[in-house]
Every structure is written in C-alpha cells, then in structure tokens.
Ligand binder design. Structure first.
Ligand SMILES: NC(=O)c1ccc[n+]([C@@H]2O[C@H](COP(=O)([O-])OP(=O)(O)OC[C@H]3O[C@@H](n4cnc5c(N)ncnc54)[C@H](O)[C@@H]3O)[C@@H](O)[C@H]2O)c1
Length: 336
C-alpha cells in the first residue's frame, strides 16, 4: 500500500519538477519476527540524516502486542522531539460524513496536538494492594513545551483564510492547565490578526459533532488531542481517509496514515491508499512543495466528489487502481 501511495510522489515530482532521493528502512514487525531485533533509540537517531520519513502502518498479529508500535511510534516522537502532531480533518465529500446535513465545506479543521508531554511522558505506577491499590500517573506541561506548540498553531492559523485559533483544554477541572490559557494570551498578543478563543474539552467534543464549522485551527494537549482527533476522523470518513504529521519544524519529521496495518487484508491488494497518499501530501508541504500538497488534496477531493474514488474502506477498490487514478489526476491536474 505504501508503495502504491508513492505513485503520487512520482506524479508530483514529474509535474512540479523536483526530485526526491528515497531509501526504504525496513522496521516491520515481520522483520522482528524473523530476526528478533527491536528498534532502538540509536536507530531512530540515524533518521536525522533524512528530511522526512513516510511511515507505513505498523503491526503484525504474531509480534508481541503493541511492542513495535511503542518502540517506533513513541520512539520517533520522543527521540526526534516531534512536538507537533498535525491532523487535518478535511471532509472530501459529504457522503463520507455521518452527520446529517453537513456539506463538505463545513468541515475543514486543522488540529495541532502537543506530542511530547502530558500523561504519556511517564508510565506511572500502580501501588498498594486490595482497597489500598492506587494507579497514579503525572500530567505535566512545561512552559517551553506549551510555548513552542502554541507558536506553531498561531503560525498555521495566520496562514489560513479564517485565521482563527481555538485552544481546547480542561482548565476548569484541572487548574494547572490554566498555564495553556496564560500562554495563549501571551503569544496571541503577537498575532493580532488571528482570532483566538478557548474551550473546555467536553464542550469542544459536543461542538465537533454539532457545529464543526465553528472550528478552524484547534490547539490542544496530547491526551485530549488523542481522543478529539479520532472523533474528528469519524466526522470526515473514518480511519481510511486520515493522515497525520509528527513534526519538528525545520527538522526531520514523520508522516503517516492514521490507520494501522489492517492485517486481515494482508496480501489482498484491497487496503485503501488514501490515508497514505494524504500523508505524502502533508510530507511535501513540510518539505516546501506547497503546490504538490495542494494538487494531491485536490485530486483526493475531486476523486471522492466525482465518484472516481468509491470510498476508503477495503471493499471500495483495488489499492493499485485507486493509487494510479489519484496519481494520474495529480499529473493532469484533473480526473477526466
Ligand atoms: N500508527 C500505526 O502504525 C498503527 C495505528 C493503529 C494500529 N496499529 C496496529 O495495526 C494492527 C491492527 O490494528 P487495528 O485492527 O486495531 O487497527 P487498523 O487501523 O489496522 O484497522 C481498523 C479497521 O480499519 C480497517 N482499515 C485500516 N486501514 C485500512 C485501509 N488502509 N484500507 C481499508 N481498511 C482499513 C481494518 O481492516 C479494520 O477493520 C495492530 O497491530 C495495531 O497495533 C498501528
């Protein structure tokens, strides 16, 4: 599927006149099963020689559950200090949306999730026994950690037509999260052209469903972003359509579809390449190839709207056919 999705990279290179050099790094679970070699911090450090990484989905039913996923996904985020998790929630076509009466233009949200702090930093511990058993983990945010992602979110908001940034937190029930609001206002003072507001995560979840058109750029914590982005993915077509970036601006960053390895379809050639092609688009945007990003987005949007792409689930088309169709649309600038 990743190989098929790379056809859009070939097409973008041919049309817009740039070249990439590519190297395949095989960290698959199948390789672990064969050689019992795990992915180490040192191996992750070695990725710094690249400008970007396109990560195919990880996971194999015969590998120890979650091990490769943790080693690689968490390893990349922490090891390469990828402090932004970028998740566009774009409704390519209204038939992909489970909400009644929403048009495609109603959902175009860019979620900027902090990616290196919060409750995920330490594993925590369960102590005591019986009724004294306690599960405890620390939720921590550092000022530099909040500042850098907030600045990134303001920059993204400034570059979009609506120029609106909504912070999603839980500063009422978790008062330490007030620091996010303080920093939002401090940094926001330098972005007078960007409208800003803040919202509690429970209310934001409701608004995502009832009035998604209210949002432009959403800035949120690691934990809330984890949940809110899946809710958002469900609004725009589910796992199959989504792509995300794990970004450290100016440094090597990692782009991936949001779905896993879909093992039940292994070898059948029916997994959808749409999420991975979206990830290629995000990667090209990160590399400064904005025209290519726009062309891939347009090809996907028009592919769905025109009925050329039937869907993003396994029954809706052959992997290679879908990928070839999108690649040709990128080459030509249109589908038919
Ligand atoms: N970032 C990652 O690499 C990542 C993310 C999630 C899960 N995983 C791993 O993937 C493996 C499978 O996990 P899962 O089944 O919970 O999640 P999954 O995302 O692989 O699959 C969930 C559902 O979506 C379908 N699906 C997923 N991708 C699809 C595609 N491209 N085209 C069509 N249908 C698709 C699957 O068949 C399944 O019905 C596990 O090992 C899990 O740990 C990896």
């Amino acid at each position: 599927m990743t190989e098929a999705a790379l056809l859009v990279l070939d097409a973008a290179e041919a049309r817009f006149g740039f070249r990439t050099t590519r190297e395949v790094v095989n960290w698959s679970s199948a390789r672990y099963i064969e050689h019992q070699e795990r992915v180490t911090r040192q191996m992750i450090e070695g990725l710094r020689r690249f400008d970007a990484v396109l990560l195919g989905a990880i996971g194999h039913p015969d590998a120890p559950r979650g091990m490769m996923e943790r080693d690689i996904i968490i390893g990349l985020r922490i090891g390469l200090d990828l402090y932004v998790n970028l998740r566009p929630l774009v409704l390519y076509d209204e038939r992909l949306c489970p909400l009644k009466g929403k048009r495609a233009e109603d959902i175009d949200i860019l979620v900027v999730r902090e990616n290196t702090e919060d409750v995920y930093v330490n594993a925590g511990a369960i102590t005591g026994t019986g009724k004294d058993e306690v599960a405890r983990v620390e939720m921590s945010f550092t000022r530099p950690g909040i500042e850098r992602v907030t600045r990134y979110a303001f920059e993204r908001a400034r570059a979009r037509p609506r120029k609106k940034l909504t912070l999603v937190d839980k500063a009422n029930a978790i008062p330490v999260q007030g620091l996010w609001r303080t920093i939002l206002d401090e940094i926001g003072a330098g972005y007078p052209d960007v409208e800003r507001d803040a919202m509690y995560v429970d209310a934001a979840s409701m608004w995502f469903v009832q009035h998604p058109e209210r949002f432009d750029v959403v800035l949120t914590t690691n934990l809330f972003g984890d949940i809110l982005t899946d809710l958002g993915a469900a609004l725009v077509g589910g796992l199959g359509t989504g792509a995300s970036g794990n970004i450290h601006p100016g440094k090597v960053s990692v782009f991936e579809p949001i779905h896993g390895s879909a093992p039940k379809y292994t070898g059948q050639g029916v997994a959808s390449p749409v999420g991975t092609m979206g990830a290629v688009g995000l990667m090209l945007d990160h590399l400064g190839e904005r025209e290519s990003y726009t062309a891939i987005e347009k090809a996907l949007r028009e592919g769905f709207r025109g009925g050329y792409i039937k869907g993003a689930d396994a029954g809706s088309g052959r992997t290679l056919d879908v990928a070839k169709g999108v690649a040709e649309a990128v080459s030509r600038g249109r589908w038919a």
